[in-house]
Ligand binder design. Structure first.
Ligand code: ATP
Ligand code: MG
Length: 160
């Protein structure tokens, strides 16, 4: 179904605010200058966004800032979640999308979780004709970006 992402992300922030406040983290969404309509399964989209936002809070200490924002290029709408958390070392970064892969095994076990979140998120994004990418600097923070192709999302039936 058609989902307007400014509304969707504002609601995501509202629903996660209590968890952010519990860690004194600042969770914000900067609305985009115009409506952003994508065609996706609402529950699956929620799974992707929630895992990424939850990760940003979970792998950041108190006082961290987590910013959600939308950008676009000719082909894609891009939704990014940028945190000022622990970051991911260069050698681990390509592996975080693998099933059950967790960077610091002991620490991650203490934090709870399965290591499946990003593997599932990536599958869902690819199932919607999109992709999921990560940029990170160890000790500084991480930016996860969801890519939604405009052609697919704005004209889902005209080309098939
Ligand atoms: P689950 O999501 O299944 O509860 P999880 O959060 O450990 O468990 P993923 O969401 O797949 O699993 O993430 C895989 C690993 O990538 C995490 O264990 C963590 O080491 C690393 N990671 C993910 N997001 C971040 C982030 N924003 N900052 C730092 N490390 C991250
Ligand atoms: Mg996770």
């Amino acid at each position: 179904c058609a989902i307007e992402m400014n509304d969707f992300l504002a609601l995501t922030v509202k629903q996660n605010k209590i968890h952010a406040e519990a860690k004194r983290q600042e969770l914000t969404f900067e609305p985009y200058e115009k409506p952003v309509i994508i065609h996706a399964d609402r529950d699956r989209l929620g799974q992707v966004v929630n895992n990424i936002v939850t990760n940003a809070m979970k792998y950041s200490l108190e006082q961290a800032s987590i910013k959600i924002y939308i950008t676009e290029d000719e082909t894609y709408y891009k939704i990014s979640v940028k945190d000022t958390g622990m970051g991911i070392a260069r050698e681990d970064l390509p592996r975080i999308f693998e099933r059950f892969y967790r960077v610091d095994k002991a620490r991650s076990r203490a934090m709870g979780g399965t290591g499946l979140g990003l593997a599932i998120a990536k599958e869902i994004m690819e199932g919607h004709g999109g992709r999921l990418s990560a940029e990170s600097e160890y000790g500084k923070g991480t930016t996860m970006t969801m890519w939604f192709p405009k052609k697919f999302t704005t004209q889902p039936y005209t080309e098939v």
